[in-house]
Design a protein around this ligand. Structure first.
Ligand SMILES: [Zn+2]
Length: 309
């Protein structure tokens, strides 16, 4: 069989992983030409698989530039996974990404936290005291969204259909505006936390796998203002955080809780403490939850398959 035909058949039967890189104009000439980049007026955009020779080239140039100048070769990286119908039908668990983030965060609107119970190294696991308070008019018109600090908010419609189905593993606490209730709810997991396995890879991007921490930086910007960036712990030695963001799909250990619930969070978190930001868990759901989101056309979700080991 011709290679092209075999690759085509392969594509039908397995997930396709497409990496998007955006390359600065000044750096683009370093890549072999011609290639399939699209110039959008600001940057060159590649949407490629790991097998594409350009993927390796971008990786080598990135590592070289980081070593020489401590500067990335690309300004943006994201991955999109397209699954086959069979893979989706066979999946036992899904990870969902919350597509929209907004400000101001709860802390800026009077939500109280006990920071004393948080990890002194990475800042994970502070305790929220009392209701989530947010600013009126700041919540996006989606069925799910998160603040930049990782507080998850759902619409009244979401809370209603979740209870009607009925699904398990979530609590809905009213979100408070300065004047009274908001009609939105904070989504809180009531199921046992799921444990990620070592196959779950986190980092800055596919070529930049986790360092333990970044150093504090201080520099002067125009106007003579001093900017200070705090030291960030990217991988907590106590195991609370695994890196800035997920690079791979998520892998979790099997647990009886998976069959008994429809919504879950991971015990290990991604991200780092920085200003208002805190490490955030990964969100998971059952196939029934995903079907509800699709049937009811709930907005703000993006799903990926999670592997149960
Ligand atoms: Zn920690």
């Amino acid at each position: 069989m011709a290679l092209a035909t075999r690759l085509y058949l392969l594509k039908i039967f397995v997930m396709e992983e497409i990496h998007e890189f955006r390359i600065f104009k000044k750096d683009y000439p370093l890549l072999a030409q011609p290639n399939n980049a699209k110039f959008n007026g600001f940057v060159y955009v590649f949407k490629i698989s790991r097998n594409d020779p350009v993927f390796q080239q971008i990786g080598l140039l990135h590592m070289e530039m980081m070593k020489k100048y401590n500067e990335p070769f690309f300004g943006f990286w994201a991955v999109r996974r397209n699954y086959t119908k069979k893979e989706l039908a066979d999946a036992k668990l899904f990870r969902f990404k919350i597509k929209t983030a907004f400000e101001p965060a709860g802390e800026e609107c009077g939500t109280e936290y006990d920071e004393k119970v948080a990890c002194e190294i990475c800042g994970a696991n502070r305790k929220q005291i009392g209701p989530l308070k947010l600013k009126k008019g700041s919540i996006p018109k989606k069925d799910i969204a998160r603040t930049i600090a990782g507080e998850v908010v759902v619409s009244e419609n979401f809370a209603t259909v979740f209870k009607q189905h009925p699904l398990k593993g979530a609590l809905f606490a009213p979100v408070i505006f300065v004047k009274g209730t908001s009609g939105y709810y904070q989504l809180i997991a009531s199921s046992p936390e799921l444990e990620l396995t070592k196959h779950t890879i986190a980092g800055g991007n596919p070529f930049d796998l986790p360092k333990e921490s970044t150093e504090a930086l201080e520099f002067v910007v125009s106007g003579g203002y001093k900017v200070r960036i705090e030291k960030m712990v990217l991988k907590c030695p106590k195991g609370h955080t695994i890196g800035p963001r997920l690079i791979s799909e998520a892998y979790v250990f099997d647990s009886p809780a998976i069959n008994d619930n429809d919504f879950f969070v991971s015990r290990q978190k991604t991200g780092a403490k920085q200003g208002l930001l805190r490490p955030e868990p990964i969100y998971f759901c059952s196939p029934t939850f995903r079907k509800m989101v699709e049937d009811e056309k709930l907005s703000g979700f993006d799903f990926e398959i999670t592997h149960v080991e």
